[in-house]
Design a protein around this ligand. Structure first.
Ligand code: AMP
Ligand code: GLY
Length: 426
């Protein structure tokens, strides 16, 4: 049987997912809502319906004979798309609304981690501004981290270096409602020091499979300076990640977390992204949990994966067990590096609508891939349409080679205001 698949989302992550799914022998037709210009080369894309209008998505699925919905973005999961299709023949890859609280509520996650002794930063939760400000007066060690409880488009974390900054952030979130209801409750937590690692697992209730680890470059500018972004680049696997570190992560984090969710009767299915801080003794602590693939982690990991992603997604979405002999197959020894090309000014204000030149030079290369994020055709001309425009992915036998291939690709593309970090992989 062939399966028709609908992917929800429009970023580089969704382009990489569509690219991977398009290679599956199980694939019938591929659709994406809303998609982007790159995705429209491999899938049929539609601007409507809104991906949060579940009844309209259901109508779309029925009229296009969709078998599986693969959700790229977190919002449909946090709003309960899995539960909406619970009794339907249409399968959804991703966790239930209850399990998606792992991303939808930082307080839920911190309390769960604490209850099951899963290492994470020390924290306190606050439900009103006065209590939070009062607490801050007792803090003597800075920086301190202030987090909006709910989804804030990746902007809900503030690392405050002084009491004044901390109080200002609390007031912005809780009094001036900078992130609307997402900031009505907050977490204040200890600032962790170490190296950040993106650790993703495919979870099928009590079974879980580790994806290749990767390292995100979150800050906007060279040398990890500047504001936090959605991610300016990524490498997989990071050369510094040893088997000892991964063993510590399995023993202290992922295995405990899967057991904890089961004990809470909150079984998880789908992809789980665990953002970790690894300290100087190689011990991990959880920074955050997301209930979907990382972006741009997906752009580096899927090109290294040889297994059929559609087979895995279908099996998990059908609530079937993967065979005991099942293992993820990797393009062994290969490494991948992603360099994000952004619009000048990102993540703050930037202009769009700039023509993009040179993309045809990297379309068909084995060692370099180009995934679209913020692109649009304007009068037939490929143009910028967002902050993060393209993900250029180099593949190579070593990190140095994949870095070189990624930057060779990057240099073939031009548009006005093209901005990127030139230290990805260093
Ligand atoms: P989050 O949205 O929770 O991923 O946070 C965004 C970024 O803030 C993380 O990738 C880290 O770089 C940083 N961050 C979050 N929590 C902490 C913490 N407790 N200590 C240090 N950095 C943190
Ligand atoms: N790159 C981090 C994330 O997707 O949350």
């Amino acid at each position: 049987m062939k399966y028709n698949v609908l992917v929800l989302g429009s970023g580089g992550r969704e382009h990489a997912l569509c690219w991977k799914l398009s290679k599956s022998t199980l694939l019938g037709k591929l659709y994406c809502i809303p998609g982007n210009t790159g995705i429209s080369d491999i899938a049929e894309t539609f601007n409507e319906p809104d991906i949060l209008n579940f009844s309209a998505i259901e109508d779309f699925c029925k009229s296009h004979d969709i078998h599986l919905i693969a959700v790229g973005k977190e919002l449909p999961l946090v709003y309960g798309i899995k539960d909406y299709f619970k009794d339907s023949d249409i399968l959804v890859f991703g966790p239930s609304k209850k399990a998606a609280q792992l991303e939808g509520s930082k307080i839920y996650t911190k309390n769960l981690l604490s209850k099951y002794n899963i290492p994470s930063a020390d924290y306190a939760t606050f439900f009103n501004k006065d209590d939070a400000v009062f607490y801050i007066q007792s803090v003597s060690k800075y920086p301190i981290v202030i987090k909006a409880d709910g989804l804030a488009q990746g902007k809900g974390v503030v690392i405050a270096t002084t009491e004044e900054e901390a109080v200002k952030s609390i007031i912005e979130m809780m009094e001036f409602k900078k992130f609307k209801e997402a900031g009505e409750k907050i977490v204040i937590e200890e600032f962790l020091v170490g190296r950040e690692l993106s650790y993703q697992i495919l979870v099928n209730n009590d079974q879980y499979y580790e994806l290749m680890p990767s390292q995100d470059y979150k800050r906007a500018f060279y040398g990890n300076k500047g504001p936090n972004t959605g991610g300016m680049g990524n490498i997989s696997p990071p050369p510094w990640v040893t088997e000892e570190i991964l063993e510590n992560v399995r023993k202290n984090i992922s295995e405990k977390l899967i057991k904890a969710l089961s004990k809470e009767n909150n079984q998880y299915t789908g992809i789980m992204f665990i953002g970790l801080m690894i300290d100087k003794n190689n011990q991990p602590k959880v920074l955050e949990i997301n209930v979907r693939f990382g972006d741009p982690e997906t752009q580096v990991i899927l090109p290294l994966l040889e297994s059929d992603m559609l087979y895995i997604m279908l099996t998990i979405a059908k609530k079937e067990r993967l065979p005991d002999s099942f293992r993820l197959e990797w393009n062994h020894g290969k490494t991948a590096t992603c360099v994000v090309l952004a619009s000048e000014g990102y993540p703050e204000s930037y202009e769009i609508g700039k023509p993009i030149y040179g993309i045809e030079n990297i379309l068909d290369s084995d060692n370099c891939l180009c995934f679209h994020a913020g692109t649009k055709k304007v009068d037939g001309v490929l143009s910028t349409a967002g902050g993060r425009v393209l993900s250029i992915v180099g593949i190579g036998a070593t990190t140095e080679e994949s870095v070189k291939n990624a930057y060779d690709g990057t240099n073939k593309i031009s548009f006005e205001g093209k901005t990127f970090r030139n230290d990805i992989g260093s």
